[in-house]
Design a protein around this ligand. Structure first.
Ligand code: PMP
Length: 441
């Protein structure tokens, strides 16, 4: 891969190239499964997976079939929020995979088809339902790019240039053990976090009233693939119940089997009041919904409108992909192949000390790259190494592997493969990844 020629080619494309093209200076010609072919005929393994949207990779036969069938039948393309057999089947299929306690009381709102809009809908819903305004969110979280969703995103660097974002937000510490803000690790840190959070609610001098909701990701994605433990999630659920506060779980990235559970919150057994879904829920076409408990339903007609919330093709592909995931036990495959990949990556960590931590659940995997030339903190964790992570990411590309990066300091390499990968696919990824490490060493 000749970087200069690629960068030059990139410039020849009229499309706005600001973000991902800097990391991946290629032009994509076609894609199938987890393979991408560029315009030069070079093939890459795609572990970026549409930022976690491609549960079955690109152009899976069931996705093609659903689109072809829909078009061959002259099914409506866009119905706003008018119902249709395609929409009905999608709702039934999605509700069929919800945990029973949520399914029995669930209502659904279709949103303009991206995660951000669904987060906005969730914020509005809890504000209307509770009559309160503040949202409690968490450090390192990512919820989207619009005024409200960005305001509740726990990443200062992408907000500082924007004055007057929604202001009623309180950020609480997320249990990121590798860099624990309390200077202790494990269960002790989680107990402290829960204690601190409850204290804010019960102490009349904390200066904060009851919020309209808590919002969290059960596994933070953009924040660096940081899973919250079942103990901590249960603790948050208990606190929110005790103080009558709705809990929104943002499953935009972690949902639909990605973490080895259909929904990431299921590992802990908690049931949220609002569940936000997008990315994989549309079977790789744009779709987003919130599923929420009936008691919150104080919307008036038109409370959350949006032209493209009736995208029938995405509902058809969403149904096909959810069915395929369940019929082919891909949630289990996600857990098994995720464990396999993490175990193999742990072996690489023994060889390459700059791999600070391997994290994740199922096929949502993070590899934190650290600087061992600096001193470790009290917990033995080294500082993040943003530069080296970027070098490895580029080296991966040269070795035929497209992988995502993220985390608070952009020092976490992230794998978001399709859920249907085989062990052989996993081995190929590991082989390319180690070659990438060897070539920068
Ligand atoms: N929430 C989470 C947890 C996400 O990971 C993302 C996207 N990365 C969003 C919300 C926003 O989704 P979208 O980019 O589709 O607006």
């Amino acid at each position: 891969l000749n970087d200069n020629s690629y960068l030059q080619k990139q410039k020849n494309y009229e499309s706005n190239a600001r973000s991902y093209p800097r990391k991946f200076p290629i032009a994509i010609q076609k894609a199938k499964g987890y393979f991408i072919m560029d315009t030069e005929g070079q093939v890459f393994m795609d572990c970026l997976g549409g930022a976690g949207s491609l549960a079955l990779g690109h152009n899976h036969p069931v996705i093609k079939k659903a689109i072809q069938k829909s078009i061959a039948n002259d099914s409506a393309l866009l119905t706003l929020d008018i119902t249709s057999p395609i929409k009905d089947e999608f709702v039934k299929t999605l509700f069929g995979v919800l945990p029973q306690e949520l399914r029995e009381n669930a209502k659904i709102q279709f949103c303009s088809p991206c995660g951000t809009d669904a987060v906005e809908a969730a914020i509005k819903l809890v504000k209307i339902a509770t009559g309160r305004s503040t949202i409690f969110s968490f450090s390192g979280s990512y919820h989207g790019m619009t005024n409200g969703a960005l305001a509740i995103t726990g990443n200062k660097s992408i907000k500082t240039q924007i004055p007057n974002l929604m202001s009623d937000v309180v950020f609480l510490p997320f249990p990121y053990h590798y860099r624990c803000p309390f200077g202790v690790g494990g269960l002790e840190a989680e107990k402290l976090s829960l204690h601190y959070i409850e204290n804010i609610l019960k102490d009349s001098h904390s200066g904060v009233g009851l919020p309209a909701a808590f919002i969290l990701e059960a596994v933070q994605g953009e924040g660096g693939v940081i899973p919250a433990s079942p103990f901590w999630l249960k603790g948050i659920r208990e606190i929110t119940k005790k103080y009558d506060i709705p809990l929104i779980v943002d499953e935009v990235q972690a949902g639909m089997g990605r973490t080895g559970h259909m929904f990431a919150f299921e590992e802990s057994g908690i049931i949220p009041d609002v569940c936000v879904l997008s990315k994989a829920v549309g079977g790789s076409l744009p779709l987003s919904v919130i599923v929420y408990q009936k008691y919150l339903d104080k919307w008036q007609p038109g409370s959350h409108a949006g032209t493209f919330r009736g995208n029938q093709l995405a509902m058809a592909t969403g149904t096909a992909v959810i069915k395929y995931i369940t019929e082919n036990s891909l949630v289990d495959n996600s857990r098994q192949k995720g464990n396999y990949l993490r175990n193999e990556l742990l072996k690489l960590q023994q060889k390459y000390p700059f791999i600070g931590e391997i994290r994740g659940r199922g096929l949502m995997i993070g590899v934190e790259i650290v600087d061992t030339n600096e001193s470790p903190n009290a917990l033995g964790s080294y500082p993040p190494n943003t530069k080296l992570a970027a070098q490895i990411q580029r080296s991966c590309l040269h070795n035929g592997l497209i992988i995502e990066s993220g985390g608070r300091e952009n020092s976490v390499l992230r794998l978001l493969t399709p859920l249907n990968i085989s062990e052989k696919n996993a081995d190929d990824i590991l082989y390319a990844f180690e070659n990438a490490l060897i070539s920068i060493n």
